[in-house]
Design a protein around this ligand. Structure first.
Ligand code: 6R9
Length: 643
């Protein structure tokens, strides 16, 4: 196996915060004396208006965990105000527009003023502490202002990815009972316009409780206007003060809701709170990316995903860092865009998803080698397992063999990175997320819940709470307990499978449940199936993932049509756009496989295991098929496997 040990890479990280010498020591302390460890970290990394009474209480069985009980703080005080005495004129956000040549610099002082104005606008719209505000925005600085403005006044934000359909937006607005939506006239991505206001209008036809829509003018496109509800942000912002006192929040007051997919039902509103979340986002950012003062950091995620929350906004800003926000896509106008942006803004730390790496790798190395990239010091990946070929390309071609790669494993529910190398401490192995972060105790269990000791494979669970843990599923606490804490009682179940090698390093192998990971985006097979069966031509649908060269996983849909329907290319195109309309373009099936029937057990359950094998072309390992009601269905499916 290829390992990077005592390599020149390590040399340049000799002065890292976390070194080989102190990792073990700090990790052991965090496990042996968690209360003392976290209390110390909370004091060092955050500003508290008043201290907590107890570091941790609660348990997994009730799902009532609480961190820094009784402590008071404000997230934006930590992300902005406390930096002003020394960093008022330092860049907080570099914004790079979709069109090359357009960018903006936002200093910490400017960030303060923008956030306060937006907070005052929200207050004028009647938003109070605890109210839910939906943010449906492109990647423009106002998306950051909106999130922070909510945190400033204690409102709970629910960011909905701008690529989601009106239907998905509606579901999320209703579930969180939002009263205000912040959006833009249009988004701009890869040279295309995204009709965000139009989508919002469509969603709001079914959301009577939304009384205000605050619209940012991004593109000047023609949009419909509902008087009494719709408000231009720039008009209101001009009239309010540029200061707004930060609300005093309890450590356990909610900070945000973020919807994510599970194996069953509709997306869940994962709720994160204030103190524990901010502490772990702050600490992990500093130590895993080894962020040094003055450096420029760029995470290519969208604020619609958890990576955008923790590692574009909260983690970097709490550290007083310079964080780059990119409106566009890595391949527009050319596949050299990322590296041109790196050179333009002297980016030191670059964090992206394996799917982007594979897409750029497929375009050829000259797009990379024509750029300098000499500012780069550290690379990171997140969102899905990285295949060793992509890792090697990232390491050798993008990083010129000089930048360590941190392969960071975590989830919407974990709030912050839980397993990752530390660049100055770890032995890197392509494809391994290596070791746990401080205070995190991963374990592997077999399907009966028995612990796997030493090297081996199993279901990845976490033993004991960590500060940025999910607190509840909004409006449905039982669903949180059922999803994460009941499969293996006493543990948090991640839904991922993993292997632990002889060095104790973890290798995440992917989801073990019915969750797809398409280009790093999480999606329930059930969600895509529900969208497909809504179409009149579809009687039944079963969706599974299959290996896809660029996306990591592609969507393979087995569909049985209504009895009088003849499948045709037109119908297939219609189904694809139907799913796009219902969920969003990320859920569009790659492969449609028509079948008169789906393989079922005698009790009528669809045998997904078999469908997965067929989609993955693994015909010789179908496993036990004796419970199939009609084996000929399976044989026909194998014969007709689509590509
Ligand atoms: C942060 C984020 C979570 C799921 C997770 C796992 C996969 C994330 C990974 C990884 C292998 C990594 N995942 N990071 N798999 N190696 N470094 O992506 O959150 O959207 O909730 O997805 O993504 O399967 O369970 P989220």
């Amino acid at each position: 196996m290829f390992k990077i040990k005592n390599h020149a890479v390590k040399e340049s990280f000799k002065t890292a915060y976390i070194t080989e010498q102190n990792y073990q020591e700090l990790y052991q302390e965090s496990i042996n004396n968690p209360d003392a460890f976290w209390a110390e970290q909370a004091k060092v990394h955050l500003h508290w208006f008043s201290p907590w009474e107890k570091v941790y209480q609660g348990d997994f069985a009730q799902g009532d965990v609480a961190w820094f009980v009784g402590g008071k703080l404000n997230v934006t005080y930590n992300c902005i105000d406390r930096h002003l005495p020394t960093k008022a004129n330092q860049t907080a956000i570099i914004w790079e527009a979709d069109e090359p040549g357009q960018s903006l610099i936002i200093t910490y002082q400017m960030l303060h003023d923008h956030v306060c104005r937006m907070a005052n606008v929200l207050k004028e719209q009647g938003v109070k502490k605890g109210d839910r505000v939906c943010i449906y925005m492109p990647m423009i600085p106002e998306a950051a202002y909106a999130m922070l403005a909510c945190a400033r006044i204690g409102a709970i934000h629910s960011v909905v990815f701008g690529g989601f359909s009106p239907e998905s937006l509606k579901e999320r607005i209703l579930d969180a009972d939002c009263s205000v939506v912040i959006t833009a006239d249009e988004g701009v991505r890869g040279g295309k316009f995204i009709p965000l206001k139009q989508n919002t209008d469509a969603a709001l036809e079914h959301c009577p409780d939304v009384h205000s829509v605050i619209v940012i003018k991004r593109n000047g496109g023609n949009i419909a206007w509902k008087a009494g509800r719709d408000i231009w942000y720039h008009e209101l912002a001009a009239k309010v003060a540029s200061s707004c006192p930060p609300e005093t929040m309890d450590a356990e007051d909610p900070l945000f809701i973020l919807y994510t997919s599970g194996s069953t039902g509709k997306p869940k509103g994962v709720l994160h709170t204030t103190g524990g979340y901010l502490l772990q986002a702050t600490m992990s950012f500093k130590y895993i990316f080894d962020y040094q003062p003055g450096e420029v950091y760029w995470c290519t995620a969208d604020v619609g995903w958890v990576t955008g929350h923790s590692y574009i906004i909260y983690g970097p800003l709490a550290n007083g860092a310079t964080t780059l926000m990119f409106e566009g896509v890595p391949t527009y106008p050319t596949p050299a865009r990322c590296w041109e942006v790196v050179d333009k803004h002297n980016v030191n730390i670059f964090y992206t998803a394996p799917t982007a790496i594979r897409a750029l790798m497929a375009q050829g190395r000259e797009f990379v080698s024509n750029t300098s990239r000499k500012s780069l010091r550290l690379l990171g990946t997140v969102g899905e397992p990285i295949n060793p070929e992509a890792w090697e390309w990232y390491y050798h071609v993008v990083g010129d063999g000089r930048c360590p790669i941190v392969d960071t494993w975590w989830q919407t529910e974990t709030g912050a990175i839980l397993i990752s190398p530390f660049p100055g401490a770890s032995t890197l192995k392509p494809g391994s997320a290596t070791k746990p972060f401080f205070g995190v105790k991963p374990a592997l269990v077999d399907n009966n819940g028995q612990l796997v000791e030493g090297p081996g494979s199993g279901n990845l669970v976490i033993t004991g709470s960590w500060p940025s843990q999910i607190r509840t599923v909004y409006g449905n606490h039982q669903r949180m307990l059922d999803t994460y804490f009941s499969t293996y009682p006493g543990y948090y179940f991640t839904g991922d499978g993993a292997r632990r090698d002889e060095d104790g390093d973890y290798w995440i192998t992917g989801r073990v449940d019915d969750v797809l990971n398409v280009s790093g985006h999480r999606m329930g097979t059930a969600e895509v199936e529900s969208a497909l069966v809504l179409h009149d031509a579809v009687a039944e649908a079963a969706v599974v993932g299959y290996p896809h060269e660029i996306k990591g996983q592609g969507i393979y849909a087995f569909i049985s049509p209504m009895h009088d329907i003849e499948p045709s290319p037109q119908l297939e195109a219609e189904l694809r756009s139907f799913v796009t309309k219902e969920i969003g373009p990320i859920a569009k099936p790659d492969i449609l496989h028509w079948t008169p029937a789906l393989p079922k057990t005698r009790s009528g359950k669809i045998m997904r295991r078999i469908l997965r094998k067929i989609a993955c072309n693994e015909f010789d390992s179908l496993g036990d098929t004796t419970t199939l009601a009609d084996p000929s269905v399976m044989e026909t499916l194998i014969k007709n496997r689509q590509t």
